[in-house]
Design a protein around this ligand. Structure first.
Ligand SMILES: [Zn+2]
Length: 73
């Protein structure tokens, strides 16, 4: 069964299984289409991955700041 891509929005931060050669693990979604554009948060380099490739490489999509529960102390 193919691995499904979680719903992504522009500006979402995702983490891939393997680090970029620069050492960065986290990427920002900068383009949505047939291919997904990601920008490395560490070196700001951009790459394009097909949805299928991204689904394979994606480790986790980080929660958006707005989705986080407010901390009550
Ligand atoms: Zn990088």
């Amino acid at each position: 069964m193919p691995r499904m891509l979680p719903p992504l929005e522009l500006g979402d931060i995702v983490r891939l299984r393997k680090p970029h050669p620069c050492g960065g693990y986290e990427w920002k979604v900068v383009r949505l289409g047939a291919d997904i554009g990601l920008q490395c948060l560490t070196c700001e380099r951009r790459i394009l991955l097909s949805r299928r490739t991204l689904a394979r490489r994606l480790k986790t999509a980080l929660p958006r700041p707005g989705d986080e529960q407010p901390t009550t102390t």
